[in-house]
Design a protein around this ligand. Structure first.
Ligand SMILES: [Zn+2]
Length: 332
């Protein structure tokens, strides 16, 4: 048995060696078939066609040509590749963004906060996004500012300015007789004395707001600190708003004083004016005071704004949306 096996091993190379010319064509043929097969797996039509790269499609056409097919076969094979191409998902067409109809905005600023603690707190407790203007160095300025801030109410400095009646304007008040340095020091002091402020409006100021130079100094200081300005319009000759525009300070003007007279009939009239101006312009700014009558009136009537499709917003929201200049990042 072992001898027979040995004989078989011995016989194989002998047989190949005997007829080498017979093996050569077989080896060549086998090698060619393997090469074609290897090529086929190297270019997987599905894999190729899942890409949109035109170079790879061209490569595939080259491959098809290399198979030496007839033009019809080539076309069919190519069409099959195209047919099996998974259709690329159409890119979602972005829907045109409809400009949202903006709400009609009203801001109500409660001025002169800082003297009467009880009335100040009552005003801060009014519902909605009221804005509170605090007089610098008034006895309860810091206390009320912190209380308002805790209630997430907006605060501004109620900057005292000289007036045509010569009413006293108190500490850190601004006058047209000050040098630029004194003016800037007084304004810096006032701004630093009330925490959490995001803007300024004028307390009195029927004289100072008519003066171009002091208004330029004011607006430069506000611009440097990223604060907005509401012109209380204590005189129709005020140049404060125009100067704010020149210095790129976000600014609007007061439209209505709600409580020059503290009776309900007068406040009703002013409230109606506020609503009608807001509807006409798209926004309006009112100024009121922390008088008991005003607080009572606002408690009863703030909800009327909503009935008219008007939104009560902070002064900064209204100013930043409607002012030609937008407020810069506050740096206070
Ligand atoms: Zn005031």
């Amino acid at each position: 048995m072992a001898k027979k096996y040995k004989q078989n091993l011995h016989c194989r190379p002998t047989a190949i060696g005997v007829i080498p010319w017979l093996w050569l064509p077989i080896v060549i043929l086998t090698y060619s078939l393997c090469a074609i097969s290897a090529d086929k797996t190297a270019i997987d039509p599905v894999a190729v066609t899942t890409t949109t790269n035109p170079q790879i499609i061209l490569l595939d056409i080259d491959y098809l040509s290399s198979l030496k097919e007839t033009p019809t076969q080539k076309k069919e094979a190519f069409e099959e590749i195209i047919t099996h191409t998974p259709k690329a998902k159409p890119k979602p067409v972005p829907k045109p963004i409809k400009p949202q109809a903006h709400t009609i905005d009203v801001a109500i600023i409660i001025d002169d906060l800082g003297y009467n603690k009880k009335q100040g707190l009552a005003a801060i407790n009014l519902p909605g996004q009221l804005t509170f203007a605090v007089i610098p160095h008034s006895p309860n300025a810091k206390y009320l500012a912190i209380a308002a801030h805790k209630k997430q109410k907006e605060l501004i400095l109620h900057a005292p300015m000289s007036n045509i009646h010569n009413y006293p304007i108190g500490e850190s008040g601004l006058t047209d007789t000050m040098s630029e340095a004194d003016f800037n020091n007084a304004l810096s002091d006032a701004l630093a004395s009330v925490p959490h402020i995001s803007g300024v409006n004028n307390h009195m100021g029927s004289l100072l707001t008519q003066k171009r130079r002091p208004m330029e100094w004011t607006m430069k200081a506000l611009k440097d600190r990223g604060l907005y300005f509401v012109d209380s319009r204590t005189t129709s000759h005020s140049v404060a708003w125009q100067t704010a525009q020149q210095f790129n300070v976000a600014s609007l003007k007061r439209d209505v004083f709600l409580d020059h007279q503290r009776d309900t009939a007068f406040m009703d009239e002013q409230f109606e004016r506020l609503i009608s101006i807001a509807k006409r312009k798209g926004y309006a700014i009112a100024i009121a005071h922390p008088y008991p009558e005003t607080i009572e009136y606002l408690e009863k009537n703030i909800s009327r704004l909503k009935e008219h499709g008007i939104t009560l917003k902070t002064a900064s929201d209204v100013v930043n949306y409607h002012s030609p200049n937008k407020q810069q990042q506050a740096k206070m």
